[in-house]
Design a protein around this ligand. Structure first.
Ligand code: ASP
Ligand code: MG
Length: 595
């Protein structure tokens, strides 16, 4: 018999009537011939109210007691939901996280799931009951109650779907699916029928608040199709699955992260270990940074820029300033009037010219790009906040995200492909026993066939990046990593990109033409670089990955020249001569996570 998991979020169980409506959906699914597991969140804004109450009593409440408190929200919901099913004439049993046997580690308020024992649920289902499970909570070794972090009920639901081999996990919420961008910001945003795990993970980490990102990691690892849909209607929503909606459209979604800030540390000694020191000081404060750009050093000095949520500016400066002083770096500059516009799409990894297309659209909208970073499936541009909305609209429209692609797939076309990837079966069995949420690496690769070009003193005005990459693209040169950073020379920036080594002569010729035309200060190149890529699932939510990587390379005296991160990979560029050693070191540093 097929099994489905249905998850109802806070707004879907906000009052008695809504709880009854949710119960009806569960009963209907059971009558349709499914075994049904229901996962519920706390009613309405109950979790917020409990947090507020806690802070009225204690400014800095102990994390253990916070979890004891917050878990009550879900306990209320499961009991009421089971009663609702009963009132409607069917049978249900409610269970807390502990009663389901959701074992977690002991990191209160952000616990990770280790294992789930399914016997009890399976037995209750076989007795014809609807099983109502409390989301967001578990217990640790000592039976202490833990919670999974805000929004964690999604993760409970998908984790249960994974271990119970559910046919799908339905997420009932107050929106009717996933959109190409936030429809409250751009009304022309389009609801997509399907989107792939990797795209959803990128969008989630860029702030598209549809789902808890750890739930998507679960779904990807265990091959669980997720159906995000409205609890207030019966129309299908969006399926989050292995493949993207279209194989030809390079971009599937666009996001605007409005309230960002940038910090640049000028004149950092360009020696191994400096990035490590700066970013571990920030990581210690649990601040996640994005768009890390280190421009290639001149006279032994480099400038390091990065972005992060604007609310963290004070904390970041407090962390960075002492390190900068210690390193004998130059000034630390900040800008809290910036926003990040990003496009995400699985198909861009296979297509040339996507970045150029985005830069052109921004230039045509008169938007200046301050910083650029790219990864396999994402391109981000930092812009002045004043232009953020126009920038989002320009990229959304240039990639025609408001129109359904001609080759758009439907759930019925892809549903047969959703079973587990054969390579994963063994791994999954091992993880099931006690490490469900562990970082899972699928490989570490060395690409020795790379060369780098850096343009220094690029005028900081709209259209320059677009022109540079149009020239390179028109010559048929495939560009891999791109970074644009703030330059110490006033009012100028530098742009670095990598190409295949055999394309270097052609790319250099184009760069020198551009140098003439735009009076660039200099063109630098390095034919002897290599890219190391660490691939897997959970690379970003496990923030330790970047640290392990930096630490391992720094301790062997290997300088990191460029870095980029996505949900799929963390890539670093090092000198060719050190690349074989770097590969060996990373393989042993990450050995325990390699599947
Ligand atoms: N009730 C918890 C929260 O508000 C968990 C959830 O809703 O997913 O964060
Ligand atoms: Mg939620």
């Amino acid at each position: 018999m097929s099994l489905i998991v249905q998850k109802f979020g806070g707004t879907s169980v906000a009052d008695a009537e809504k709880i009854l409506a949710a119960a009806r959906k569960a009963i209907r699914a059971q009558r349709d011939g499914h075994q049904v597991v229901v996962v519920v969140s706390a009613m309405g804004h109950n979790t917020d109210l409990l947090i507020d109450l806690a802070h009225q009593v204690d400014e800095d409440p102990p994390a253990r007691e916070m979890d004891m408190l917050l878990s009550t929200g879900e306990q209320v919901s499961v009991a009421l939901m089971a009663m609702a099913v009963h009132a409607l004439g069917s049978e249900a049993v409610s269970l807390t996280g502990g009663q389901i046997g959701i074992r977690t580690d002991s990191s209160y308020t952000k616990a990770r799931i280790r294992s789930i024992s399914t016997e009890r649920i399976v037995r209750l289902l076989s007795e014809g009951k609807i099983v109502i499970c409390a989301g967001f909570q578990g217990i640790d070794e000592e039976l202490n109650i833990t919670t999974l972090g805000r929004g964690g009920s999604d993760t409970t639901a998908v984790a249960l779907a994974a271990v119970l081999n559910a046919e799908s996990c339905e997420i009932y919420t107050d929106v009717d699916g996933v959109y190409t961008t936030d429809p409250r910001v751009l009304p022309e945003a389009r609801r997509v029928d399907i989107i792939c795990y990797d795209e959803m993970l990128e969008l989630a980490s860029l702030g598209a608040g549809v789902m808890h990102n750890r739930s998507i990691e679960f779904a990807k690892k265990f091959g669980v199709p997720i159906h995000v849909r409205s609890s207030f209607s019966d129309i299908p929503g969006t399926y989050i699955v292995r493949e993207s909606e279209s194989d030809s459209s390079p971009v599937s979604g666009a996001t605007l992260t409005r309230d960002e800030a940038r910090v640049t540390v000028f004149g950092v000694p360009d020696i191994p270990g400096t990035s490590l020191r700066i970013f571990s000081a920030i990581a210690e404060r649990r601040i996640s940074v994005d768009m890390i750009v280190q421009n290639v050093g001149r006279s032994g000095k480099a400038d390091i820029s990065f972005t992060f949520p604007r609310a963290e500016l004070k904390a970041v400066l407090a962390a960075v300033q002492p390190v900068a002083n210690d390193l004998g770096a130059g000034r630390v500059e900040q800008d809290d009037q910036v926003s990040k516009v990003s496009v995400v799409g699985l198909a861009m990894a296979r297509q040339a010219g996507v970045a150029q297309h985005m830069f052109r659209a921004l230039a045509d909208a008169g938007v200046n790009i301050q910083m650029i970073t790219t990864s396999e499936i994402k391109i981000s541009a930092l812009v002045d906040r004043q232009h953020a909305h126009a920038a989002l609209r320009a990229v959304h429209s240039t990639f025609q995200l408001d129109q359904r692609p001609n080759d758009a797939k439907t759930w019925d076309q892809v549903r047969a492909n959703q079973h587990q990837h054969p390579d994963m079966t063994k791994l999954v069995e091992r993880l099931r026993s006690d490490q469900l949420e562990a970082l899972t690496l699928t490989g570490i690769e060395l690409d020795g066939d790379q060369a780098r070009i850096t343009l220094l003193g690029v005028p900081d005005q709209p259209g320059v990046a677009a022109e540079i990459f149009a020239a390179v693209g028109d010559a048929g040169v495939f560009v891999d990593m791109i970074v644009q950073s703030i330059d110490s020379d006033d009012g100028r920036t530098s742009i670095t990109f990598t190409v295949r080594r055999n394309a270097l002569p052609l790319a250099l010729k184009i760069a020198r033409d551009l140098q003439q035309r735009h009076a660039l200060t200099a063109v630098q190149h390095d034919p002897e670089i290599a890219k190391l890529s660490v691939s897997g699932i959970g690379l970003r939510s496990h923030t330790s990955v970047a640290m392990i990587l930096f630490r391992t390379l720094a301790s062997a005296g290997i300088n990191v020249q460029m870095i980029n991160t996505s949900e799929l990979q963390v890539n670093v560029v090092v000198a060719s001569a050190q690349s074989a050693q770097a590969l060996r070191l990373l393989e042993s540093a990450f050995a325990e996570y390699l599947s």
